[in-house]
Design a protein around this ligand. Structure first.
Ligand SMILES: Cc1ncc(COP(=O)(O)O)c(C=O)c1O
Length: 430
């Protein structure tokens, strides 16, 4: 595999951009080496600046459920571009996408569009604080909700802790309003609410946590969360930036029978273009400006090109056939891995629909961030570059999930299984 051009580009980038990147994980710090420079991408594959073609299971971190440069999405974007890049004013596309989204979120009546998942969650939290008049939020150890200050907070050492800032520049005063609990632990939740319930504005959670491994939660735990939040007058925010429209046409929460008060979306609803959204009932959402006192705004919010890409993506997904195909594909990946590597005791694998995670350590795949085995990360890093050599691109971190798209064929899933197990065997021998 040639990498000279990618390396040369990275050297130029490092001299001009912090770490050479526009977002930290892209710098390959966790797997080592230097990143590949993408030149172009179609379907399930991309070609890098050295001319290598790789099969992509990272897919821009989740938006590309139809694969790269899907024809219907690209055509919708071209048509939108021809009409103008940004209006900073009302346009028909906002209403059309809002209607599409709301049709998939029963019980919710309003959408506010923003430009990223980070903004969506930041807005939902401000709204929850404004609606309840309470200061605190609860998040979970291992949950990622974008990079706004009150969410860049990690757990301390107790069961239920006031957050410690996990980034320089986030003041302890901000972090102190964030309570951090472990996932998969009803007792910790009950304790958090017993101690602080009357000051908790909202609980924010990925109902399918997918940013620190794929820590699929038990239905009982999600129901306990719903019940405690309701009992204490706190809002439940489902951060579905990854899971929204990923597993079904709508929210993961509704799919497992637990309804949130507010839902945040991003990724798929922008079809690969920058977008985010907050969805909720009118009684809460109409507290946003200009109707209510909670301020939120954006120059590029409701950008017509992003909305066109999102609407085109949702049109392709609406019949539900794509989800059936993706489930089929995921099952074939699971079967292929069992066939090729069923004898490897450390080949831990969890899959929910078209999202998967490798936990390369023996024993049960964990449901909490603090149970992820360090050896799993070491093993992942050990085979990462071997997989690149074999034409397989996974997320450059053991803690990130993989994505399948409708552009992947069963043969692509089988190839991932074959190459991964071959690389793992080679690494173990070495
Ligand atoms: C669950 C979740 N929430 C929020 C975000 C932040 O979204 P963005 O990167 O678009 O700001 C992400 C990003 O990966 C996410 O996975």
């Amino acid at each position: 595999m040639r990498t000279d051009e990618s390396k040369a580009l990275f050297r130029r980038a490092v001299a001009r951009m912090p770490g050479g990147v526009s977002s930290p994980v892209r710098a390959f710090r966790s797997v080592g080496g230097t990143p590949l420079y993408f030149r172009e991408a179609r379907g399930a594959r991309f070609v890098d600046e050295d001319g290598n073609e790789l099969l992509d299971f990272c897919l821009s971190w989740g938006p590309l459920i139809l694969g790269h440069a899907h024809q219907a999405v690209v055509e919708a974007v071209h048509a939108a571009v021809d009409r103008g890049l940004s209006f900073g004013a009302c346009c028909r596309a906002e209403i059309e996408l809002a209607e599409r989204i709301l049709s998939a979120f029963p019980g919710h009546e309003r959408v506010r569009f923003v430009s990223s998942g980070t903004e969506a969650v930041m807005t939902a939290i401000r709204l929850a604080r404004g609606a309840t008049g309470r200061p605190r939020i609860v998040k979970f150890d291992g949950g990622y909700h974008g990079h706004s200050d009150s969410l860049l907070v990690k757990a301390g050492s107790g069961l239920v802790t006031f957050g410690l800032s996990s980034s320089a520049g986030v003041t302890q005063a901000v972090a102190a309003d964030t309570i951090v609990c472990p996932l998969d632990d009803e007792a910790a939740l009950a304790e958090a609410f017993a101690l602080h319930g009357d000051s908790i504005a909202a609980v924010v959670v990925e109902p399918l946590p997918a940013n620190n491994g794929l820590l699929e939660q038990r239905g009982e735990w999600l129901r306990a969360l719903r019940e405690l939040a309701s009992r204490h007058g706190s809002l439940l925010i489902f951060d579905e930036v990854i899971s929204g429209f990923r597993l079904r046409y709508g929210g993961y929460g509704d799919g497992v029978g637990v309804r949130a008060d507010l839902v945040t979306l991003g990724k798929i609803i922008g079809g690969g273009m920058p977008v985010g959204a907050v969805v909720g009932p009118a009684a809460i959402m109409d507290r946003l400006a200009p109707v209510g006192p909670v301020y939120q705004a954006g120059t590029l919010s409701g950008n017509p090109v992003s909305l066109a890409a999102g609407a085109a993506t949702l049109r392709e997904l609406a019949s539900g056939a794509a989800y059936e195909a993706l489930e089929e594909l995921g099952a074939s990946l699971e079967r292929a891995l069992a066939e090729a590597g069923g004898d490897l005791p450390f080949l831990g694998f969890r899959r929910v629909g078209s999202v998967f995670w490798l936990h390369l350590a023996p024993g049960e795949v964990p449901r909490r961030a603090d149970r992820i085995a360090p050896e799993a990360g070491r093993r992942y890093n050990g085979v990462y570059h071997m997989l690149l050599e074999r034409g397989i691109y996974l997320a450059p971190s053991a803690y990130e999930v993989g994505f399948l798209s409708t552009a992947h064929a069963a043969g692509d899933a089988e190839r991932l299984a074959t190459e991964l197990t071959a690389a793992l065997r080679a690494a173990e021998r070495a």
